[in-house]
Design a binder for this molecule. Sequence first.
Ligand code: NYM
Ligand code: MG
Length: 215
Amino acid sequence: MAQQQARGAFIVFEGADRAGKSTQCQMLVEHLQAQGVAAELWRFPDRTTPIGKMINSYLTSQSDIDDAAVHLLFSANRWEKREELLRKLHEGTTLVVDRYAYSGVAFTAAKGLPGLDRAWCMAPDAGLPAPDAVFFLCLTVEQAAARGGYGEERYEKDEFQRKVLDQFHAMRGSSWRVVDASQSIDAIQQQLREQAAAVVARCQRGTSPVGKLWE
Ligand code: NYM
Ligand code: MG
């Protein structure tokens, strides 16, 4: 029988822009650390790497990159972090990750370009480590708009966000926990803490190896 090994949990936050992911991720990591759980906050795109710098320049409209090519850069940005991500998990560190491959698929597929359908968008991420849980912060475009204007980055427009949301909903799987992001920050955080505690405990028991996308 394979030896059971305790490891950190891989928790991903997804949702459209302005759903509150970054705030909630930050609060969850601080809470876990206060509970004595080794935990780190990660985010994709990781804009600090050379690939991430190209992505940042695209998102801030300092450069134009072909839609297929930039999709592959977002994916490559996850692949280049794969080894470190797995190492951290196996060292026992829980990773709370602000966006992952689901954003990659949703944002490109939402463009509705010929040839870049959902299956094409999913292909480059196949085989990446799969998260143990996806927390989907669910907010309608109207609710997001009521929070004030979007930022200045590419994709931050109502019509496009609506298409992104449709893509997220089409991808929702059984490991997704859908959280109503229109609640108060504290109410949302409370639910996330309970869900995260269960996932962290399951991974600490060492009975669930890290899976692979899109299995
Ligand atoms: N985004 C993010 C993508 O288009 N593809 C991806 O693979 C990922 C991870 O980048 N509007 C988009 C979604 C966001 C933008 O993300 C920047 P953030 O979380 O606002 O820094
Ligand atoms: Mg943003």
